[in-house]
Write a protein that binds this ligand. Structure first.
Ligand SMILES: NC(=O)c1ccc[n+]([C@@H]2O[C@H](COP(=O)([O-])OP(=O)(O)OC[C@H]3O[C@@H](n4cnc5c(N)ncnc54)[C@H](OP(=O)(O)O)[C@@H]3O)[C@@H](O)[C@H]2O)c1
Length: 275
């Protein structure tokens, strides 16, 4: 896979949310394949640690930039940090698992921030970098999504809705960019053992959890094929049920699953008169 990655997506990859978790795993695998890396995240310390580790272990150039992907001047910042470097691969990884709570009880600002991070961010980055890739006739765009983007569910309304946006954007880009030699993929993860997920208060014991390196590897392997990949055999089985025609069942299952992971009450949807 290494040679193909460099030829199709080199010489630079940009990872939005590349300092830890799945993003850092993408960085390691791309550095091993010889791609230079531009890593973005908010906190400078994990970025610096990632840079030191990658430069020590691989013969590639690694640049970092501390920035908030929900910033109002995102386009201007992106233009500035990517000036003069030939980016052939965009991985929009940051998605911010914020834990679980009822939509009406959460501050509206949290929803706004999720829309910025998971909808506006991927749209701006894909538009800006995708245009350059289309001009040069090769490249790749990978947008991270989640099983929760396949169906609605209690406790994660805004997160799930923004993750659905990422799936549809990636699938559409796949269709539009394929004729120009640019690959696009929506990568759907289920529960994955990352620092952000651990900090969200999830009970990893309550469900099946994946290794972030495996999620990243499946994404890079599937990127040439598009448009959507569900990481992990067990998640693919779950996704088939979640994407079924019986949407009441899908929403009830997602709600019960989230409730289990966060020790919240399972909504009693069976008593609702749904016609
Ligand atoms: N982990 C899971 O169980 C799971 C399940 C399904 C889907 N996913 C998806 O997989 C992706 C990665 O998830 P993850 O668990 O690794 O956690 P994450 O918080 O989505 O991503 C972590 C990376 O993104 C950066 N980041 C987060 N918010 C940012 C912001 N506003 N601006 C700039 N950088 C930001 C983090 O660094 P800073 O904190 O320093 O900014 C870190 O580098 C997400 O898209 C998520 O939705 C994860």
């Amino acid at each position: 896979m290494s040679n193909t990655l460099l030829q199709q997506y080199g010489p630079w990859a940009l990872i939005a949310g590349g300092s830890e978790g799945i993003g850092l795993c993408f960085a390691r695998q791309l550095a091993e394949a010889g791609l230079n890396l531009m890593l973005l995240a908010r906190r400078p310390e994990p970025l610096q640690e990632a840079q030191e580790e990658l430069c020590r272990d691989f013969s590639v150039e690694v640049r970092t930039h501390a920035m908030d992907l929900t910033a109002a001047d995102l386009e201007e910042q992106l233009e500035k940090v990517t000036q003069g470097i030939d980016i052939g691969l965009l991985i929009y990884n940051a998605g911010a698992i914020h834990g679980a709570g009822l939509f009406l009880d959460e501050p509206l600002q949290k929803t706004r921030s999720l829309i910025h991070l998971n909808c506006l961010g991927p749209a701006i980055f894909s538009h800006h970098l995708g245009n350059r890739m289309r001009q040069r006739g090769r490249g790749g765009i990978l947008l991270m999504s989640s099983l929760s983007g396949l169906t609605g569910g209690a406790y994660i309304a805004a997160y799930a809705a923004t993750k659905a946006f990422d799936i549809i954007l990636a699938e559409s880009l796949w269709a539009e960019l394929k004729p120009f030699g640019v690959h696009a993929l929506g990568l759907v993860a289920g529960a994955t053992d990352t620092p952000a997920m651990a900090a969200s208060g999830i009970d990893f014991e309550a469900g099946h959890t994946m290794d972030p390196a495996v999620v990243a590897n499946e994404g890079l392997t599937q990127l040439p094929h598009g448009p959507l990949h569900i990481a992990g055999a067990q998640n693919r089985l779950g996704a088939a049920i979640l994407r079924g025609e019986d949407r009441r069942q899908s929403v009830a299952l997602m709600s019960a699953g989230t409730a289990g992971l966060y020790h919240l009450p399972v909504p009693d949807l069976s008593t609702t008169d749904m016609g």
